[in-house]
Ligand binder design. Structure first.
Ligand SMILES: Cc1ncc(C[n+]2csc(CCOP(=O)(O)OP(=O)(O)O)c2C)c(N)n1
Ligand SMILES: [Mg+2]
Length: 547
């Protein structure tokens, strides 16, 4: 068998359904092998970075490896940001690139880069396939390492001449295994500390976003009545309409939810790690933190937990629920009052009538328009803070945002990836005018694939997030304004629909109609970002926590 055929067989053997990417001449053997696969579908994109974002999102949503393909040199370097996105975000993803022949080549160093080394700091494993007989073990390793907690990016390079070689190597099947459980003594220690605390709080972070963990966390909250808050990557793991939900720590400090965090003497941190923007800062001599995760805690000046419960998170939570009985020493009265306060302040501008529309209103209207299972895929800009703060996710993975690399440009590609994984669910990309333009060429991919997708573009004609920071630091407005294409015509030029929102009250009906429509609909929304300063800076600076 040809090595490229074996690589396709090995990927099929791992259950691969899609490969996102752009082939180059160095992948033509592989592409030809792929042609004959009845299992794997090639999703051709218009930029490798977007293919990487799609593959990473596939991995994020399914827990299986998302796979993407590029040529050597420039194609492979275009994967760099996507590799970082998957690696920091804990998303299982495999990148495969071509390379010039490694035995004899008459092309000198044309397009040749040491991509294997380039990818090393951005991946969990980066290897060149130097012999077709290594394909079965390398592919099995790639999938094992990529999916193992904490998941991340893998890079494999298949040189042209190796792809063409013959091989007779046999494939491996995955072993049967389970993630080890935490030690019973450390569980007891954690339970005792939670029991002895006065105001314990539960924090739900990225690592908690696993199917079994969701059920166990719900049971833990029901059994103990402990209040909870989330990080951005933990949103929706437990339905945020829950009466014990205090909010998402969209900022690290100074928001209403931080009144509760400050008053708490112990935080049970499930699945958060330092890759995310901190949901709060630990201080020496301050509150205790119990780290519950698959892996031990990376110590940082803002994070140094006193107790670590390392092992399968769902099993750990299950055990803790069994070990804890609601304690006499617990006092949740304050959290109850903070909850009332948070609800009041976070919803008071849900019906704000201004036009252009303020963030509180467009976040509320998107929530009203989206069904429970609908998936919002955010790009990166100031609106991410508003969505994280004000949007309540009812189900896991229904608000996909990137609070790890926090890259611009992933909104539309991740929405395409999400729609491919869940064709029957409503999917909406929410992008700033800056982030959207970083990968807007994927409108063509979405139209070509016949996806039903809504793309909400928030137009402030600026890199709004940086403007907000600039204002916050007391600097003059400089260097962040730009012009935009006519987004309606731009959408139409791709064969998509374009709608411009022209009044406050028309946003909700437009979103609802777009979500029910066939094909790709771009909704251009002019936004009024004065609230960034007014609420996120001035109001929060003036706020005082309840006594
Ligand atoms: C690839 C990349 N480049 C730059 C940044 C820094 N950055 C973060 S948000 C932002 C502005 C985003 O502008 P836009 O997409 O229009 O969203 P807005 O904040 O205006 O709503 C920039 C430049 C980044 N996070 N990622
Ligand atoms: Mg903008």
């Amino acid at each position: 068998m040809k090595a490229s055929d074996l690589l396709v067989k090995a990927l099929e053997n791992e259950g691969v359904e899609y490969i996102f990417g752009i082939p180059g001449e160095e992948n033509l053997d592989f592409l030809n092998s792929l042609k004959d696969s009845s299992q794997i579908r090639l999703i051709l994109t218009r930029h490798e970075q977007a293919a990487g974002f799609m593959a990473a999102t596939y991995g994020r949503l399914t827990g299986r490896m998302g796979v993407c393909l590029s040529t050597l040199g420039p194609g492979a370097t275009n994967f760099v940001t996507a590799a970082a996105y998957a690696q920091l975000g804990g998303m299982p993803m495999l990148m495969i690139s071509g390379q010039k022949p490694i035995k004899i080549s008459k092309q000198g160093q044309f397009q040749v880069l040491d991509v294997v080394n380039l990818m090393k700091p951005l991946t969990k494993m980066s290897r060149q396939i130097v012999n077709g007989n290594h394909i079965p073990s390398l592919v099995r390793e790639a999938f094992r390492v990529g999916r193992e907690e904490r998941p991340g990016a893998i890079y494999l390079e298949l040189p042209e001449d190796i792809a063409r070689e013959g091989t007779s190597a046999a494939l491996f099947t995955a072993s049967v295994n389970r993630i080890p459980m935490a030690d019973s003594r450390i569980l007891r220690e954690a339970a005792d500390r939670i029991q002895a605390a006065k105001r314990p709080l539960l924090l739900i972070g990225a690592g908690a976003n696993r199917k079994r963990t969701q059920r166990e966390l719900e049971a833990f909250i029901e059994a103990t009545g402990i209040y909870f808050f989330g990080t951005q990557l933990g949103m929706g793991v437990v339905d945020e309409r829950h009466e014990r939900f205090l909010g998402t720590a969209a900022l690290s400090d100074g928001d209403y939810v931080h009144c509760a965090i400050e008053r708490s003497d112990l935080i049970v941190n499930v699945g958060h790690d330092v890759v995310e923007k901190p949901p709060f800062f630990m201080e020496n001599g301050g509150k205790q933190v119990i780290h519950v995760n698959f892996t031990s805690a990376q110590v940082d000046s803002v994070y140094f937990p006193q107790v670590e419960v390392v092992g399968d998170i769902a099993s750990s939570i299950h055990s803790l629920t069994g070990l804890i009985t609601p304690s006499e020493s617990w006092d949740f009265d304050y959290f109850g009052r903070v909850k009332t306060d948070v609800e009041k302040y976070l919803t008071n501008k849900d019906d704000d009538p201004r036009f252009p529309i303020v963030p509180q209103r467009f976040v509320a209207d998107t929530r009203r328009a989206m069904p429970s299972s609908g998936i919002l895929c955010l790009d990166n800009g100031i609106y991410k803070v508003w969505y994280a703060r004000n949007y309540k996710a009812y189900e896991p993975n229904t608000l996909l945002l990137d609070n790890a690399l926090a890259t611009m440009g992933a909104g539309l590609p991740s929405a395409i990836g999400a729609k491919i994984v869940f064709p029957d669910r409503k999917v909406m990309a929410v992008c700033g005018d800056g982030g959207f333009m970083m990968n807007s060429q994927e409108m063509e991919t979405a139209v070509r694939l016949g996806l039903d997708l809504v793309v909400l573009v928030l137009r402030d004609n600026a890199y709004g997030m940086i403007k907000w920071k600039q204002t916050g630091m007391g600097f003059d407005n400089f260097g962040l304004d730009y012009g935009n294409p006519d987004f309606v015509k731009y959408a139409e030029s791709y064969g998509a629909r374009g709608i411009r929102v022209e009044s406050n009250e028309s946003l909700l009906p437009i979103l609802k109609e777009a979500l029910d429509a066939k094909g790709v609909t771009l909704v251009e929304l002019p936004v009024d970002y004065s609230e960034n300063e007014k609420t996120l800076i001035e109001e929060l600076e003036q706020k005082t926590c309840l006594l």
